[in-house]
Design a protein around this ligand. Structure first.
Ligand code: SF4
Ligand code: SF4
Length: 365
């Protein structure tokens, strides 16, 4: 249980980070964001990462994501991956990435598994190996070691222990691990955004080495990438039978900034842009959305706003509401209450979405 720094209310649905309650974020966003940003600063400093995107007017520009860093000599970008060394950006590239990976037997616990070829056989025979779930095949799960956001509730925060390490992997090494029973590659993390040139190159190498068979390319992302990179992701997902899975964390800009430290502007623009290609191949869906039901912060009102936004793009885009597990700086919150989850589900359906579901239901209390 924590106390809101603005209204002094105490509740088990208020977390010590961001340190303010949902009502104050909505009603007093200026003051609430000042408090929340202090929590982000502490979190970033503890992880050895820049507390905000560098904006040195004489710095080296990186435009891979919404943060559009201008990195001073010897400094790092917000993601902690890219460094200005003598006017050259180093750290990761198309050839070298910071990541780990493993083979995961299909069907797997993937945010797209309820609509994708691996989990359902959708798109058979062009994009799936069989009519139902693809037993006997594997997903190559690629976990990137950095992110462009600073979500206080991050469910995979342990990647931050790896971000600043020097160890890198070559793109050829990763692509070589696609074997005969690998049916899909899924890039996640952290977030793929700061390493998209690497994942696009790895995907192309893997597809070229495995001609005339199904190899789907999928990404799970916060959607903060440059729009030209998004276009390349969508085109590869469409071509291969894969999908781009957007994590839409909040519709309200202030709430998004309080929870993630970063604007949602690029994510929303990119989602609309990706949605324009949805009808080119509705089965299997090339675009999927999800939202984590953070207790006390992502309520039915917020889900309704996100669902309205998705429905305006295309009501047939599948939308998963995911139960929350207490993690990282929000480990003082409870699991998602069942009542909240069902209110959110009803709100998403009321918005007119045709495919909505609750995921991680084993976590509901
Ligand atoms: S990828 Fe994004 S966060 Fe990282 S250096 Fe480039 S602009 Fe900054
Ligand atoms: S990576 Fe893509 S194809 Fe594989 S299980 Fe996930 S959504 Fe389905």
């Amino acid at each position: 249980m924590a106390r809101c720094s603005l209204c002094s209310k105490s509740s088990r649905l208020i977390s010590r980070a961001p340190g303010v309650c949902l009502k104050c974020i909505r009603n007093q966003p200026g003051e609430a964001l000042s408090v929340a940003f202090r929590a982000h600063e502490q979190s970033r400093s503890a992880d050895g990462l820049p507390i905000e995107p560098p904006k040195d007017p004489h710095g080296k520009a990186c435009k891979l994501c919404v943060n559009e860093c201008r990195i001073a000599q010897s400094g790092f970008g917000y993601c902690g991956l890219r460094k200005n060394e003598g006017g050259i950006i180093t750290g990761v590239s198309r050839q070298l990435g910071k990541l780990s990976w493993y083979h995961d037997p299909l069907p797997t616990n993937c945010v797209g598994d309820w609509v994708c070829p691996a989990g359902t056989g959708a798109g058979y025979p062009r994009h799936a190996y069989c009519r139902g779930a693809e037993y006997g095949y594997k997903n190559l799960a690629v976990f990137f070691h950095a992110c462009t956001f600073n979500c206080l509730f991050c469910q995979n925060w342990h990647f931050k222990r790896e971000t600043l390490k020097k160890t890198t992997t070559s793109v050829h090494r990763l692509a070589a691990d696609v074997d005969a029973s690998t049916a899909c590659i899924c890039y996640f993390g952290g977030d793929p955004s700061p390493q998209l040139p690497f994942s696009l190159k790895a995907s192309r190498l893997a597809i070229d080495a495995n001609p005339d068979r199904i190899l789907r390319i999928c990404w799970e992302t916060n959607g903060s990438m440059a729009s030209d990179l998004l276009d390349k992701m969508m085109d590869l997902a469409l071509e291969s039978g894969g999908c781009v899975k957007f994590d839409l964390k909040a519709r309200d800009e202030n709430l998004h900034r309080a929870l993630t430290g970063v604007t949602n502007r690029r994510t929303l623009e990119n989602f609309k842009r990706a949605g324009e290609k949805f009808d080119r191949r509705p089965v299997p869906p090339p675009l999927i959305a999800s939202t984590l039901l953070v207790p006390g912060y992502i309520d039915a009102q917020e889900i309704r706003a996100i669902a309205d936004f998705i429905a305006a793009v295309n009501p047939d885009i599948p939308y998963s509401l995911l139960a929350f597990h207490p993690q990282y700086h929000m480990s003082d919150l409870p699991l998602t209450p069942r009542e909240q989850a069902h209110e959110c589900l009803a709100a998403a359906k009321d918005a007119g979405l045709t495919r909505v579901r609750l995921g991680n239901i084993h976590l509901l209390v």
